[in-house]
Design a protein around this ligand. Structure first.
Ligand SMILES: [Zn+2]
Length: 441
């Protein structure tokens, strides 16, 4: 059925291709007064179809029949609410332009006919001036429902004058943690019923106390501190997840804490084990009253997801032996994503695809936990009452790509990948994919 219609489309396209494919000669983008406009210069009139996709947020424009003129590619860099522009000529004779969005904004598109000064144009307007907050990544729009969103505080370790650990290729921990954290915040904000607050969104120094106060002030349901480990033995690698220990206040704990403090003094900013004593203090403070068991459980879910693709140094959540915990406040986790001091881990950490996988794993782990243990009064609690997410099966056909399948079912590539434990975007004909059905709405 699908194959037949594809053939039909191909035939139609061939018929039109002989003479009249519209060429997109230029793509321009500009931000003005908080609104973003994308304009396409066309060689003639064309029809287009525009639709939006969530998680991550995208605006997709299909023009058919049309091709990008060689001069139109590569596309310009993003501006305003558009993080990135992507586009390609497609086999069916259409052209697809994808706008990766910073956030969800109102969209409209219209055609402008040729006149004396300009040729045909297609204009896409995104957002309106008044609605633009100064920090688009920080918070997602709240739903009108009474139920509240889960608030996840995402803490990019280090920053500014504190670079954190450094890899042998010069990768700085503070850069890696910021990049991962920004991706994570974006993914959380795209998730129904969840909202991210970030402790920093640029390369700046944020005192640990301020990080903690932000998490607490925003009534966070979880504080996630993102780091990359370092160790003098470069063979050591893998991810580790820490929470705080009930049985921590021992002499042993004090001894180790003191040892770390001494190490930090000895080697300056490059801490050997990265459980900065100061950060430990912050986590301690945050979790002073926190439910250890929920931190442990969330951590275990995240570890399980990480273990599907990453090397995991310890199979279970490690309890940093710092303190005694009593009653609930803000569950806190420290995720050492990998060892920046290990060359393989370092090159993984530099790759955006790997960062995306880390983000997907962390999000999947949190989702697993919170859907099983939704805090009362949250939107996730409502969503969790729906039947567990159904999924459907899809058999890969020739010519399929993961991104097209993701678009078709309105789920993200990372969701499909994590749901099927795929290591990359490669798929083969006949392979059966399980497609999760989004829980939204
Ligand atoms: Zn660190």
């Amino acid at each position: 059925m699908l194959r037949l219609s594809g053939l039909l489309l191909a035939v139609l396209w061939c018929a039109t291709a002989l003479g009249e494919a519209v060429r997109v000669q230029d793509v321009r983008i500009a931000e003005r007064d908080g609104a973003t406009r994308v304009a396409l210069d066309l060689s003639g009139p064309a029809t287009h179809k525009l639709f939006t996709l969530r998680n991550p947020d995208r605006v997709v424009i299909d023009i058919k029949p049309a091709r990008f003129a060689p001069g139109a590619l590569p596309l310009p860099a993003g501006a305003g609410d558009v993080r990135r522009l992507r586009g390609a000529n497609r086999e069916d004779g259409s052209l697809r332009l994808v706008l990766d969005m910073q956030r969800v904004v109102p969209v409209r598109s219209f055609d402008l006919a040729a006149n004396a000064a300009h040729g045909n144009r297609l204009v896409i307007d995104l957002g309106v001036a008044a609605a633009r907050p100064s920090q688009p990544v920080k918070t997602a729009p709240r739903p009108p429902a009474v139920a509240r969103d889960l608030v996840i505080a995402v803490d990019a370790g280090h920053g500014g004058k504190d670079p954190g650990a450094r890899g042998s290729r010069g990768t700085r921990e503070k850069d890696v943690t910021l990049s991962i954290s920004q991706r994570l915040a974006g993914a959380i904000n795209a998730e129904p019923g969840m909202r991210a607050v970030v402790t920093r969104d640029s390369d700046r120094f944020v005192p640990l106390r301020a990080r903690m106060e932000l998490a607490r002030g925003q009534k966070s349901d979880l504080f996630l501190s993102i780091h990359a480990d370092a160790f003098r033995d470069r063979r050591v690698r893998g991810a580790t997840v820490y929470t705080l220990s009930e049985k921590g206040a021992s002499d042993e704990a004090s001894r180790r804490l003191a040892a770390r403090e001494n190490a930090a003094v000895t080697i300056g900013n490059v801490h050997l084990e990265d459980k900065d004593p100061l950060l430990a203090g912050v986590l301690m403070d945050l979790s002073q009253n926190a439910s250890v068991s929920s931190s442990m459980d969330i951590g275990e879910e995240i570890l399980q997801e990480l273990g599907k693709f990453a090397r995991v140094r310890k199979r279970h959540v490690q309890r940093a032996p710092f303190l005694v915990l009593k009653s609930p406040d803000v569950p806190s986790l420290l995720i050492e994503t990998a060892f920046i001091s290990n060359p393989d881990d370092e090159s993984n950490l530099r790759r955006s695809a790997y960062q995306e996988r880390l983000v997907a794993a962390i999000l999947d782990g949190m989702r697993d936990y919170f859907y099983q243990n939704p805090p009362p009064g949250t939107r996730v609690a409502q969503l969790a009452q729906n039947p567990r997410p159904r999924e459907r099966q899809y058999v890969i056909r020739r010519g399929d790509t993961l991104s097209e399948i993701a678009d078709r079912y309105n789920v993200s590539i990372r969701r499909i990948r994590s749901h099927n434990s795929l290591r990359n975007d490669r798929i083969r004909v006949g392979q059966v994919l399980r497609i999760p059905i989004p829980r939204d709405i």
